[in-house]
Design a protein around this ligand. Structure first.
Ligand code: UGA
Length: 437
């Protein structure tokens, strides 16, 4: 059996590498030729823990990386993992996937194989039937369900744990008609993930499951962020003890209850917007989803207001930002709240220095010479009026009083509460912790 993966982003490259490392005959496909060249040489386009090791293992096996999509004609399973970004109105932008499906359809036109196409890309309900299926049928001159299989297969991996999540997913969702293709794919996944529940449903439900998952995670985060804002007003109250306790209730669960600057990254903000947009199209008023989004947006205002309160005027002040990645163990800054914060502080004429163990190169691509980049935490804090901790990198948790000695004014705003309980000789403020007078 030969497997193709179209689109080598986080999802596609992780899947490509994991399957190849397990000995499957895999071809990873991406339109970006330079990216393909680098991946073929074991060079990653982004940082993801363990990915390099797994990719290199795959390359030692039969893994092939190609920019020409026509290689799919030799493949039995074809995974589609291209991006589905948002357009200016917040709705889903299908242009990339439409283009890929055009080429894919053409590529399988003359093939004698009974290909099975699995779409992992996140798409709003109805997209498989109304957009993807007709493009594939028109371009291949073949019939879905008869000549080729078409299955929705949403992905739940998280960046920073992509390899573990690819190897051990908590669920496999297969959406589509109950054809021979579905049976074969079910067999494939049962063998690949013997302990993982497999949910077989229709296309629309599978498409909706992905949005349900991400929007519920976003809801948990906004819930705890709202509670954290209340806690901040109660001297001595700590949102983490509350989260830890309610998390022990199995009906609630302990994960995704860390209050902070709001959810960022390339998925939750985009998927929330797409779902809100889609709900409106269906004639449903997305009251809860709107509130989740509003709380998320206002979290940034909170940080700016706290900075203003502690610092007085922002203009002309040196502010250090610890962490620009949207979460630790990644170099990804897409929709990172830290990036938005820097933009807002620059507008207020702050002088910004940033530190991040992984994401400096990407940060530099956005701000260029407009801000300063520090190689060490000590350099980042030197002569600064205020430091804002935005990402919970492990090395920031180790900060002690002496690290802050080089600051002009020792104002510390901890958006992740990683220094709570430490004896620090600084003016310390943690989001979600009521300051005692
Ligand atoms: C998210 C989902 O968690 C994955 O299940 C999904 O597959 C993926 O989107 C996707 O759709 O591709 P990811 O974007 O990697 O994964 O990021 P998360 O780990 O969900 O974090 C998102 C944001 O929420 C980060 O800014 C993080 O700091 C924030 N967060 C997370 C909190 O503020 N508090 C928490 O308790 C958890």
């Amino acid at each position: 059996m030969k497997i193709a993966i179209i689109g080598l982003g986080f999802v596609g490259l992780s899947l490509t590498s994991v399957l190849a490392s397990k000995g499957f005959n895999v071809v990873g496909i991406d339109v970006d030729k330079e990216k393909c060249r680098n991946i073929s040489n074991g060079v990653l386009p982004f940082f993801e823990p363990d990915l390099e090791k797994i990719l290199k293992k795959g390359l030692k096996n039969e893994l092939q990386i190609e920019s020409d999509i026509s290689v799919v004609q030799d493949c039995d399973l074809i995974f589609v993992t291209v991006g589905t970004p948002q357009n200016k109105t917040g709705a889903i932008d299908l242009s990339i996937i439409k283009k890929a499906m055009n080429s894919l359809g053409k590529s399988i036109r003359k093939s004698k194989k009974q290909h099975i196409i699995l779409v992992k890309s996140t798409v709003v309900p109805g997209t498989m039937k109304d957009v993807i299926l007709p493009i594939l049928e028109n371009n291949s001159k073949k019939k879905a369900g008869k000549d080729f299989g078409l299955i929705s297969n949403p992905e739940f991996l998280q960046e920073s744990t992509a390899i573990r999540d690819t190897e051990f997913p908590h669920a496999v969702v297969l959406g589509g008609y109950k054809t021979k293709f579905m049976k074969n794919v079910e067999k494939f996944f049962t063998k690949l993930h013997p302990k993982t529940p497999i949910i077989i449903t229709n296309h629309e439900t599978a498409e909706m499951i992905k949005y349900a998952n991400n929007s519920f995670l976003a809801t948990k985060i906004s819930f705890i962020n709202q509670l954290s804002n209340i806690c901040q007003k109660i001297p001595g109250a700590n949102v983490d003890d509350i989260a830890r306790t309610i998390g022990l209730d199995p009906r609630i669960g302990k994960l995704f209850l860390n209050a902070g600057p709001g959810y960022g990254g390339s998925c939750l903000p985009k998927d929330m917007k797409a779902l809100i947009n889609f709900a409106k199209i269906t004639g449903t008023k997305p009251t809860l989803l709107n509130a989740v989004e509003e709380i998320n947006t206002k979290q940034l205002e909170q940080i700016i207001n706290i900075t203003k309160q502690r610092l007085g005027a922002i203009s002309g002040k040196k502010i250090s930002i610890l962490g620009t990645a949207f979460k630790p163990n990644t170099d990804d800054i897409r929709d990172s709240i830290a990036i938005e914060l820097i933009k807002r502080l620059l507008k207020k004429n702050a002088i910004i220095t940033v530190h991040d163990p992984r994401a400096i190169n990407n940060t530099r691509k956005i701000f260029g010479e407009k801000i300063h980049y520090a190689d060490s935490i000590t350099d980042a804090l030197s002569k600064s009026h205020c430091v804002i901790i935005m990402t919970q990198w492990k090395q920031y948790e180790k900060l002690s009083s002496t690290k802050f000695n080089g600051m002009k004014r020792k104002i510390v705003i901890d958006c992740r509460r990683i220094l709570v309980g430490k004896k620090l000789d600084v003016d310390y403020f943690a989001i979600g912790v009521g300051k005692k007078n």
